[in-house]
Design a protein. Structure first.
Length: 591
């Protein structure tokens, strides 16, 4: 079926069910960012392949609500599908619900599949529409009846990490969560989010692209810890290890029946990370405590074992990136390179490093104007051939058994304009300002975001995405609870968190700049005015100086750049060949 035919069939089912508007979120029963093939509902319905968006279908309109990262991509992918792009004003906001309220009448019915929507999304939609007399039904699946040969759930085998890698045993982590349950006066706790499950049980898998997680749910009480998982994913040794840690097993599909039969007085769930269908299955007699999963905060603060592994992982990743950029520079004039081929080559360089498992997200290799698309992913249709001119933006990362990486660099392929140099230098100033931040303990993400944007705002420029996100330990490349963006006014930056700092600047139709490093938040020192913190930069890869307009930098920026590049050379040179060392020495020469 074409996307137009699918849209027609959905509307026919809507008419039969008396549904005036149908909502399709980008999610799954675990509220994941990266989805198994079975749950890529937006892509199947509309053709849009971005990782964030919401479809709304009515009898005479079909729209995709998404944010500025995907505007250009969405326009291209939605062509001739029957769907239109609706530009979000605020990233992540439920503006589609307000639109529905304006276009539907009292007594109309809105529906969605509660397995695909978080409790928070469902609550937001209900809060906006029900006061208007619009009926909201969160238990309607209109895709399964028409999705022929829908992919099955993945069945790849999972594996356990030992304490030498994680720095903390499964039993210890479960006990930490139980302590927080006592403080919250919760008798039970259901975990739906896959990264929380993976961290808690020191388990990893291959069920989701890029993120090494395994599909499952975990229920914890004072006396039991139950993992709901497909039994074939675990071998006998793993089952025995989990039992020693106090974890019992039940089949994945039994979780809904288990929840329906809960007899505890109170249960804690995370409204952002639990699907509405789970929430609505909890018996009315059970008091529901809506809190952030305790494991989310616990896993965000990395222990010393994890941090030491990550520092070593950054060396391996930096070696791979050095080899890649040297290869790129030597081969770009051949006329044989493309956005797709360089992304594949970068994966090859990473795969040659010890402990490599996968990329941490699909590499963004954006040449020329494609660099202005923050979440661009080359396809056979869009794939540019590289030439020895213009800018190439490469945003990439690796999943290693000992850590997760995420880095963005922009390099000159030749014939650079003054505008490109100025934009690059202004973004670099933002990266440096963010990396050098000194801030009081308890500072929030919006404050780091503003510090990073200051030199960019001063040049009357800006960017439409957040400044940074948390990063997991051999886990999700996007990890909460911290995020460095203008809306994070609640979550404090704690010592031991790993976050990205990635300001950007994008000129549609021309070029894009983003320079990203990962940093660890750490204690600096105390004064009579309180405790202060700063960042340790973790990413080890040279920052190109050919693009720097030195006259735009203050001496503090020049010093930071020179010191950083020298540190990169010192860290990586023992692991490089003589030719690679000479090349990197030139790239890291002080300006």
């Amino acid at each position: 079926m074409t996307h137009l035919e699918r849209l027609k069939q959905i509307r026919q089912l809507m008419e039969k069910g008396g549904i005036a508007a149908y909502i399709i979120p980008s999610s799954d029963p675990h509220i994941s960012e990266y989805l198994p093939e079975r749950y890529k509902c937006i892509a199947w319905t509309s053709g849009f392949t971005g990782s964030a968006g919401t479809l709304v279908i009515t009898a005479n309109f079909a729209g995709l609500w998404t944010d500025a990262r995907y505007f250009v991509q969405a326009r291209e992918e939605l062509a001739d599908t029957g769907f239109e792009l609706v530009k979000l004003k605020v990233q992540g906001a439920a503006e589609y619900a307000e639109w529905i309220g304006e276009h539907l009448a009292n007594g109309d019915k809105v529906a969605f599949d509660g397995n695909m929507a978080s409790l928070l999304v469902a609550q937001t939609v209900k809060a906006i529409l029900e006061p208007l007399g619009i009926w909201v039904d969160g238990h309607v699946d209109l895709l399964s009846p028409i999705w022929n040969n829908r992919p099955e759930l993945p069945r790849a085998e999972a594996f356990l990490l030992d304490e030498k890698t994680t720095g903390q045993s499964t039993a210890s982590k479960i006990n930490e969560v139980r302590k927080t349950l006592v403080k919250s006066r919760a008798e039970g706790h259901l975990i739906s989010s896959l990264d929380d499950l993976a961290w808690l049980l020191n388990i990893r898998g291959q069920d989701v692209p890029c993120n090494p997680v395994v599909l499952g749910f975990v229920y914890i009480s004072a006396t039991e810890a139950i993992l709901f998982i497909e039994p074939s994913k675990l071998n006998g040794t793993m089952v025995a290890e989990l039992r020693i840690a106090g974890v019992t097993l039940r089949p994945y599909e039994e979780v809904f029946e288990f929840v329906r039969l809960l007899k505890v007085r109170s249960v804690l769930i995370d409204p952002k990370r639990t699907c509405f269908a789970i929430y609505d299955s909890i018996p009315a007699a059970v008091n529901i405590l809506e809190r952030t999963n305790p494991s989310t905060t616990l896993k965000a603060v990395k222990n010393e074992v994890e941090l030491n592994h990550i520092r070593e992982t950054m060396i391996r990743d930096g070696v791979a990136l050095t080899k890649f950029f040297k290869w790129l520079e030597e081969h770009v004039s051949s006329g044989t390179l493309s956005e797709i081929s360089v992304a594949e080559k970068l994966r090859d360089f990473r795969a040659a490093q010890a402990g490599f498992v996968d990329v941490s997200f699909d590499t963004i290799a954006g040449y020329l104007d494609h660099g202005a698309l923050p979440h661009y992913h080359a396809t056979d249709f869009s794939n540019y051939q590289l030439k020895p001119q213009g800018l190439l933006l490469v945003d990439s990362g690796g999943q290693y058994l000992t850590g997760t990486t995420d880095i963005t660099r922009v390099v000159s392929l030749g014939e650079i304009t003054q505008e490109e140099k100025e934009d690059y230098t202004i973004v670099l100033k933002g990266t440096i300002e963010g990396s050098q931040s000194i801030y009081p303990k308890g500072s929030k993400g919006y404050q780091i975001d503003a510090i990073t944007r200051r030199p960019i705002w001063a040049a009357l420029r800006n960017y439409g995405h957040g400044t940074g996100h948390g990063v997991g330990f051999f886990l999700n490349v996007h990890e909460g609870p911290q995020v460095l963006n203008p809306t994070n006014v609640d979550v404090a930056i704690e010592e031991g968190m790993i976050s990205s700092i990635e300001p950007g600047l994008y000129r549609e139709g021309k070029h894009g700049i983003r320079i990203e490093n990962l940093v660890r938040s750490k204690r600096l020192e105390s004064s009579i005015f309180g405790d202060f913190m700063d960042f340790e930069t973790l990413t080890i890869c040279y920052i190109d100086t050919d693009l720097v307009e030195k006259s735009l930098l203050d001496q503090v920026h020049v010093d930071w750049l020179n010191n950083y590049n020298q540190w990169v050379f010192d860290k990586l040179s023992p692991h490089l060949s003589e030719g690679e060392r000479g090349w990197l020495r030139d790239k890291t020469e002080a300006i």
